[in-house]
Design a protein around this ligand. Sequence first.
Ligand SMILES: [Zn+2]
Length: 85
Amino acid sequence: MDKTLLQRHLDYMARYKGHRQPLVTPCCQFDLVVSAPTDAGNQWDSLVECPNCGELFMKIVTSTEARGLLLQGAAHAKETHHVLP
Ligand SMILES: [Zn+2]
């Protein structure tokens, strides 16, 4: 039987020994724990599929926080950026 994306994520995090941060997904407000960098200057950005609802979102993780941005939000931010000099 194939494991769900959520089960694979939970299995991965159970084996993961590194730094981690809590993340509330922007699509369905699902509580996750994700891997995170340890260095203060590092930021990990990735496009991820929500393991709970399957929506795509941008995950931005630093040593102190994890945030998720829906792609519609990122597109809007890019659009509004055009008005800046
Ligand atoms: Zn979701």
